[in-house]
Design a protein. Structure first.
Length: 179
């Protein structure tokens, strides 16, 4: 059997995405896996609509995203919260890919994360995704929220709040054991 591969991304198009930072940090805690980090900006497509789908078909970048999911054993996704829900960049990719066969996540194990500048740590979008993803072939292993990102995370160190760091380490180990 080959190396266990995990796809990691922040569900944001911001080049300074705190969710991408959290996802990459969580990926760095994996012991036995090869990690592939992707950027949603590499999958930018026209805004989904049935009319666009009829006129242009499903864009190649949607197929590329789907192939990235297929070619990995599991996913670590950190959800950016925009007005309590998915970022527009993520939602658009999700909409396009869901038109292929409905199983966006290919029945892969997912460690679902969220963070924000506020004290709720992206709790609203985390709940939305945890409830929705199983309907699109996502096997949610665990969820994790990091509140007050700029207080609890340093780019050179990762999570600096001891209890939250230990919680994430435990969730990552559990996720890795289920791959």
């Amino acid at each position: 059997m080959g190396k266990i591969k995990v796809l990691v991304f922040g569900a944001s198009s911001s080049i300074h995405s705190i969710n991408k930072q959290l996802a990459v940090f969580a990926g760095s805690l994996l012991d036995k896996c090869e990690v592939t980090v992707i950027d949603l900006n590499d999958f930018e497509m026209p805004i989904f609509s049935v009319d666009k789908e009829e006129s242009i078909g499903i864009p190649e970048k949607a197929h590329n995203f789907k192939e990235a999911v297929k070619s990995h054993n599991g996913l670590i996704i950190s959800m950016a919260e925009h007005n309590g829900a998915y970022s527009a960049a993520f939602k658009n990719i999700f909409d396009w890919v869901s038109r292929m066969d409905g199983t966006v996540w290919e029945n892969k194990p997912i460690l679902l994360l969220a963070t924000s500048e506020g004290k709720r740590g992206g709790a609203s979008v985390l709940q939305i995704a945890a409830n929705r993803f199983p309907f699109n072939g996502g096997k949610i292993i665990n969820t994790f929220s990091l509140p007050s990102f700029y207080t609890n995370f340093e780019p050179s160190k990762g999570i600096i709040e001891a209890e939250k760091l230990q919680e994430l380490k435990n969730l990552v180990a559990d996720f890795e054991n289920q791959l």
